[in-house]
Design a protein around this ligand. Structure first.
Ligand code: CP
Length: 322
């Protein structure tokens, strides 16, 4: 778990891709936040050339469409490999599939996979830059970056350091969440205070050693915080019973307007999606003014454009034509 707080040293972004937020320095995060803002707020629109292949081996609505729109807005040719109808269904291995795609000379491979570490393997088999779009329960770097941009917007921060005064409550299935891992790394880099809230099945022992407060009840966990970040219960990554039931989880930890009003009246609510209404959050909380859920999705496109742009520049520089 100490890897949660490790920090890279580079100022920019590795031309090989973005697999983990741990490879980014503070300055690197700020460069990406600045690029996203410049495109969103000032209308800057770099014209990129090249091909982006989206390889999604797991379901996705937000990340896949957001990467597709981001690539198209920048002028890239975007290809979505249809995994179900690809030769993987005839028994081709992941390595052979990636080497086949690589022979078509893609510039970017955006990879989502149920297995932690799959994007690192893909990176060994391609000359393109690999962007991790979520691997198992390990990392989801662009989700954490878009969350960071959303928090900076809401709290008037121009850099990640500007989030240092925040107290953030992360509620729910931390154990199986790649979003939690990437966000904890960036919040630690920011110097924010973080509380983890949930039962032992989802927030196991050991996080206190990292300086994180652990709360077993929702009331003490969210009292007085600035941000309440709810996670989806990752039922697909759990074998057997999911905390004794989803109904029991909602009774103890589900966020409702009434609970927010009573225990964290000034806090904003975030969730990476997909939201399980009536499990993680009450249906009517999602569309309330205190909910940043749609802002997170909006910022996802700008952050992914920033990542593609910065990787494009880093690759040009690495080739010596920057
Ligand atoms: N937040 C997120 O990764 O959503 P999708 O699974 O829809 O991409």
């Amino acid at each position: 778990m100490e890897a949660l707080i490790a920090e890279g040293t580079g100022v920019g972004i590795d031309p090989g891709g973005l697999i983990s937020v741990r490879g980014l320095s503070r300055a690197g995060v700020d460069v990406l936040l600045g690029s996203a803002r410049a495109m969103r707020d000032d209308g800057l629109r770099p014209e990129l050339t090249g091909t982006q292949v989206n390889l999604f081996f797991e379901a996705s609505t937000r990340t896949r469409n957001s990467f597709e729109i981001a690539g198209q807005r920048l002028g890239l040719s975007v290809v979505n490999m249809e995994v179900a109808s690809s030769s993987l269904s005839k028994g081709e291995s992941l390595e052979d599939t990636v080497r086949t795609i690589d022979a078509m000379a893609p510039d970017f491979l955006v990879v989502r996979h149920s297995r932690a570490g799959a994007p690192d393997e893909v990176a060994r088999w391609t000359r393109g830059a690999v962007i991790n779009a979520g691997d198992g329960a390990r990392e989801h770097p662009t989700q954490a970056l878009l969350d960071c941009l959303t928090l900076c917007d809401r709290f008037g921060a121009r850099s990640i350091d500007g989030l240092s005064g925040l107290t953030i409550a992360l509620i729910g299935d931390v154990a199986h969440s790649r979003v939690a891992r990437s966000n904890l790394a960036l919040w630690s880099m920011a110097g924010a205070k973080v509380r983890l809230v949930g039962p032992r099945a989802f927030v196991p022992e050991g996080f206190e050693e990292l300086g994180l407060d652990v709360h077993r009840d929702l009331e003490s966990g969210i009292a007085g915080v600035d941000v309440v970040y709810a996670l989806r219960i990752q039922a697909e990554r759990q074998h057997g019973t999911v905390y004794p039931s989803l109904g029991e989880y909602y009774t103890r930890y589900g966020l409702t307007i009434e609970r927010m009003d009573r225990w964290a009246p000034g806090a904003v609510v975030m969730h990476p999606g997909p939201v399980n209404r009536g499990v993680d959050l009450a249906a009517d909380l999602v569309r309330e003014p205190r909910s940043l859920v749609e802002k997170q999705v909006e910022n996802g496109v700008w952050i992914r454009m920033a990542v593609l742009h910065r990787l494009h520049e880093a690759r040009k520089e690495a080739r010596g034509d920057g």
